[in-house]
Each structure stands twice: as C-alpha cells, then as structure tokens.
Design a protein around this ligand. Structure first.
Ligand SMILES: N[C@@H](CCC(=O)N[C@@H](CS)C(=O)NCC(=O)O)C(=O)O
Length: 99
C-alpha cells in the first residue's frame, strides 16, 4: 500500500527523478508517483516548485522538497531509523553529494 503522504513528481526518463525513486526504494518507503508532462507542466508542479519549475519534487505531508540531492538528503534524515544512504565519513559524504 503506497503512503499517501509521499508523492514524488517525476518524469520517467529523468535520471534526477530516478535518484529520488532509488532513495525511496532503499529506505523501503512506498509512494504514489505522479508523472509530469514537461511540455505542458501541471499547476501542481508550478505550485510545488515555483522557483525552478522542474522535476523531481517530493511532496511529503503536503510540503514540497525540491532538487534531487536535497530530496535524497531529506529522505535520509526523515526516515533515519533505516540505514543511512550516505557514508558516515564527512569527506566521503561530501564526495557522494558532489556530482
Ligand atoms: N538540478 C536538478 C535538475 C533537475 C532537472 O534537470 N529536471 C529536468 C528533467 S530531467 C526538468 O524538470 N526540466 C524541465 C525544464 O527545464 O523546464 C535536480 O538535481 O533535481
């Protein structure tokens, strides 16, 4: 059963969107993905990411989190009872975030 309060806005060929879906899968979080048409953006994406108007966006409990690496870090911290997605070593963590 998908968690109704976890809604990634996605565009299926996007590697940035895939990054978010992998992070959710690694944490064992079920979700209901909404696919965006980037040629005709929905009012939802414009409302949830008014700055860049891009996917991916993670909507969690009605609040939006934007930018794939920021979303991955949010997922890691929000579901912190599961093993961390990022290395514990400070330098290795910074390397993992650099891409
Ligand atoms: N730096 C962003 C890049 C996201 C991005 O480039 N998204 C593309 C799809 S792959 C997009 O939404 N493009 C729509 C547009 O530029 O209007 C991230 O890491 O989330």
């Amino acid at each position: 059963m998908a968690e109704a309060n976890v809604v990634p806005l996605d565009f299926w060929p996007s590697s940035y969107g895939m990054r978010v879906k992998i992070a959710l899968a690694e944490k064992g979080i079920s979700y209901e993905c909404k696919q965006e048409d980037l040629e005709a953006k929905s009012s939802l994406i414009l409302e949830m990411n008014p700055v860049h108007k891009m996917i991916p966006v993670l909507i969690h409990n009605g609040k939006s989190i934007c930018e794939s690496l920021n979303i991955v870090q949010y997922i890691d911290e929000a579901w912190n009872l599961k093993p961390s997605l990022l290395p514990s070593d400070l330098y290795k963590r910074s390397q993992a975030r650099f891409c």
